[in-house]
Design a protein around this ligand. Structure first.
Ligand code: T3D
Length: 266
């Protein structure tokens, strides 16, 4: 079948490239299935210690393909409207959950426009870099929908309620530099440097103690709904577990021996 997700391995980094450039990498059901499968495979692959997601061509992703027969309005006015909630239940929700619970860190290199589900998929990644000419659009309101793929959860947490609602209601294009200034993403780099900058971040993460990184993500997500003291206690429980693991023993020993550590926990 067609490779709508292109997969490359660079050492410990698994690159997943959204690859439907003629349609700005808009998601079809088939493509979403391939992306989920690619994430599962990366999660199951021991040597892979970081995933890097980017887009082929001039866009990151234009979001749901509005022409996909699963969601496109029928030309027959008598036909019953399609249930697009079905698309979320069967494709986007499993994908979003898989992405947010990957056993390795996930970097997004947003190479161009990221709209709708494409934007929120990028924002679900652990570290988001964007090219100077990239942009983010909560396109949902323009077509009578609300932000999905975690948009209602992610946006207020990333930028606060006022900006989250502004972005979601107006659906305007947000330039990468403005997204970085708002704290929606990590960093903006010149277009020509995006691939190298994102790979450098991914390679650095791939050489780090994977399990500690993933527990950090999980603890932060969890802490968002905890009070201060329960968050402190959660840190102690997780730290206790990490403290018995190989990577801490190796990391601390390597520091004391003034040598480079070799991490392996996943
Ligand atoms: O429906 C459900 O399952 C529920 C889930 C919803 C999740 C969602 O993601 S809803 C949001 C869906 N996405 C959008 O509404 C964005 C639509 N696209 C745009 O607004 C613009 O294309 C962009 C701002 C992303 C880029 O604009 P621009 O001017 O750079 O490019 P363009 O000319 O608009 O697009 C180029 C081609 O890609 C064009 O096709 P053509 O004319 O060359 O044959 C355009 O139709 C196509 N394209 C772009 N986005 C989509 C798309 N085709 C299908 N679906 C798209 N989302």
């Amino acid at each position: 079948s067609e490779h709508l997700i292109q997969i490359e391995q660079h050492g410990g980094v698994r690159v997943l490239r959204l690859n439907r450039p003629e349609a700005l990498n808009a998601f079809t059901a088939v493509m979403l299935g391939q992306l989920r499968h690619a994430l599962e495979a990366a999660a199951d692959d021991g040597p892979t210690r970081c995933v890097l997601i980017t887009g082929a061509g001039r866009a990151f992703s234009a979001g749901q393909d509005l022409a996909d027969p699963h969601v496109a309005p029928s030309s027959d006015p008598a036909a019953a409207p399609k249930d697009i909630g079905h698309m979320l239940d069967h494709y986007y929700i499993p994908l979003a959950l898989r992405l947010r619970s990957m056993p390795v860190p996930v970097v997004a290199a947003v190479n161009g426009v990221a709209a709708g589900a494409g934007a929120n998929m990028a924002l679900s990644c652990d570290i988001v870099l964007a090219a100077e000419t990239a942009s983010f659009i909560q396109a949902f309101s323009r077509i009578g929908l609300l932000p999905d793929c975690g948009g209602t959860w992610l946006l207020p947490r990333l930028v606060g309620r006022a900006k989250a609602l502004e972005l979601a209601l107006l659906g305007d294009k947000l330039k990468a530099a403005d997204a970085a200034a708002l704290g929606l993403i990590s960093r903006v780099v010149p277009d020509a440097e995006l691939a190298d900058a994102a790979m450098a971040v991914a390679q650095k993460l791939a050489g780090m103690p994977t399990r500690a990184l993933v527990e950090t993500r999980r603890a932060m997500d969890e802490a968002l709904r905890l009070d201060f003291e329960p968050a402190l206690k959660q840190e102690a429980v997780l730290q206790s577990q990490l403290g018995f693991a190989h990577d801490y023993l190796e990391g601390a020993a390597a520091f004391l021996d003034k040598r480079k550590p070799e991490f392996k926990d996943r």
